[in-house]
Design a protein around this ligand. Structure first.
Ligand code: G4P
Length: 536
């Protein structure tokens, strides 16, 4: 084999070991708890609880930082990487990408979903499908991401399992294909019937779920002896599911027609090892990624990747910018000089992953599916493609339709420089979209956001990070449409419409409500008013 062929084979082998996914859910379904439990199962964390406490949880960066400090695992603030597999056997490399918890940051979550190959959807056993669950299912469907559903908190009273499956089927359009089925109703969680081999996996509680819950496996006969009626019911219900075709089929799962389901209690660590096994055996490894023209870019081509997240540096000393890249093809090697497809400019990756300021976190090599953090990334924006040798452009990462708008002013005019820097940084990171309106003589920027909590985050960071306190004046607009230079002058003259320019040069027409937009569209069919992707 030529040297080139050996290298390509190594990339294929490494990519094949990788599983890159995110845990997503409506807030409070147990995402942080499950993340912690997953890491525990991979034995990178000796005892769960290291990241316990609500306060720290919301700031996902601090979650990761605390975890890696305590346990010496490799974490960027965007991803947790660990090996998982049988002792002595081939191990899979798991990349668990972090997503923010609050619904107002759904835009961030959607961006993370551009960088994964599969998603784990957590559903609260008592609450069933909630608002954010539905939106996230829709986004996964739109992006063609296979979803593994985990019904969590089965240790607490909740819905009937069959009713829950019906709800999933009716409301998401996906056929749920449970891999395990609970023995005992919600609140009386005894274990699960493993539908793949008919065995009984008995659930043993440990004190506070602090260690890996020992899992005992019994045969069907033993299970009937132990659990009696509860086991018989589980078997009956499982047969019912089989009759309606609710049995796992790998092709249908990958085609996003079905969703395998597991039952778990993340807080007790039950079902977590099963989830990891399912990820390794069923979730797809990284594959050729379609470029901007829809043509698959070979995974064994030279290095390429795209920026899915940009963040201010965590080092308070120098506020640099970090860009997180999902590797799509080839081998990333620290120090390589790559090209930014958008600008055609070179980018030196010398400081890949000094992000964490500790030597073991410096990433030397990364393969498809991995996440690399690049520092000094001021020239990189969300969606930018980086490549070495073989030119490629991946599709841009969608920006979502903003629904809240506010004029931003500095509260202290002597801080104008800091103010400008802060606005540019927050816009560049995608914390807010930054617009300017010619109509407003003072040139004050406008923040446009999907959820109002983004305003709070932006204001807080302007004050504490850039030393520029701001005031925000809400504008009455609720809807934005993309327009163009031909339509803009006419739109600008219309009543209750304002045209603004976004930092990336895109023209946005803002409307106070859908009726105003509807009337204008009806009367002026020649105007360009393209809907943006709605986050709601
Ligand atoms: P999130 O990241 O999705 O928002 O959820 P998080 O893990 O913070 O969990 C939300 C609450 O649900 C937490 O309780 C957590 O302990 C609890 N929880 C998570 N998984 C399970 C489970 O399997 N069973 C049960 N019974 N509870 C679970 P909290 O009281 O809000 O916080 P805390 O005091 O436990 O930290």
């Amino acid at each position: 084999m030529s040297e080139q062929a050996v290298l390509e084979q190594a990339v294929l082998d490494q990519a094949g070991r990788r599983r890159t996914f995110a845990v997503i859910s409506h807030p409070d379904a147990g995402k942080s708890t499950l993340t912690e439990a997953l890491a525990l199962h991979a034995r990178v964390i000796g005892q769960a609880g290291a990241v316990h406490g609500k306060a720290g949880r919301r700031g996902t960066v601090s979650d990761w930082m605390e975890m890696e400090r305590d346990r010496g695992i490799s974490i960027t603030s965007a991803a947790l990487q660990f090996e998982y597999g049988p002792a002595g056997g081939d191990k899979a490399v798991i990349n668990l990408l972090d997503t923010p918890g609050h619904a107002d940051f759904s835009e961030d979550t959607y961006r993370v979903l551009t960088a994964v190959d599969a998603a784990v959807m957590l559903v609260d056993a008592a609450k069933g499908l909630e608002a954010q669950t539905m939106k996230l299912f829709a986004v996964c469907k739109h992006r063609g991401i296979p979803v593994i559903t985990v019904v969590n908190k089965w240790d607490r009273p909740g819905m009937d399992a069959l009713a829950l499956m019906d709800e999933i089927a009716d409301r998401t359009g996906l056929t749920p294909t449970p891999l395990t089925w609970p023995v005992g109703i919600a609140g009386d969680f005894r274990g699960v019937l493993d539908r793949r081999d008919g065995s009984y996996r008995h659930f043993t509680r440990t004190a506070g779920g602090a260690t890996i819950a020992p899992e005992e496996v019994f045969t069907a006969e033993q299970a009937l002896d132990r659990e009696g009626e509860a086991w018989a019911t589980a078997v009956e219900e499982s047969e019912l599911l089989a009759e309606t075709g609710q049995v796992h089929d790998q092709e249908l799962f990958l085609a996003h027609a079905t969703t395998p389901v597991l039952f778990a209690s993340a807080v007790s660590n039950f079902g977590v090892g099963q989830l990891l096994d399912v990820l390794v055996t069923m979730a797809p490894p990284p594959a050729d990624r379609p470029d901007v023209e829809g043509k698959p870019h070979p995974i064994d081509a030279p290095f390429s990747g795209f920026v899915f997240k940009v963040q201010a540096g965590m080092d308070t000393g120098h506020r640099d910018r970090l860009a997180y890249i999902r590797v799509c093809s080839g081998v990333f090697e620290r120090g390589m000089v790559v090209t930014n497809a958008r600008t055609g400019r070179p980018f030196a990756t010398k400081y890949a992953q000094q992000v964490l300021g500790r030597e073991r976190e410096t990433i030397e090599t990364a393969y498809p599916g991995d996440v690399v953090g690049l520092v000094n990334a001021a020239s990189l924006g969300i969606g930018d493609t980086l490549y070495a040798d073989h030119a490629v452009s991946y599709p841009p990462v969608t920006t979502f339709a903003p629904e809240h708008f506010a004029v931003v002013r500095t509260a202290d005019t002597s801080k104008y420089k800091q103010f400008r820097k802060g606005i540019d940084t927050l816009g560049g990171e995608g914390v807010v979209q930054v617009l300017v309106s010619e109509r407003r003589g003072d040139g004050a920027p406008i923040f446009a956001v999907v959820g109002p909590m983004q305003f709070e985050v932006a204001a807080h960071r302007m004050e504490h990070e850039f030393g520029a306190r701001i005031s925000l004046e809400n504008l009455p607009y609720q809807i934005a449409r993309i327009t163009d230079a031909e339509s803009a002058p006419e739109l600008a003259k219309a009543r209750d419409v304002e045209v603004m320019t976004r930092a990336d040069g895109e023209l946005l027409a803002l409307f106070t409500n859908k009726w105003a937009l509807g009337v204008l569209e009806r009367n002026n069919p020649h105007l360009t008013l393209t809907p943006m992707v709605a986050a709601q």
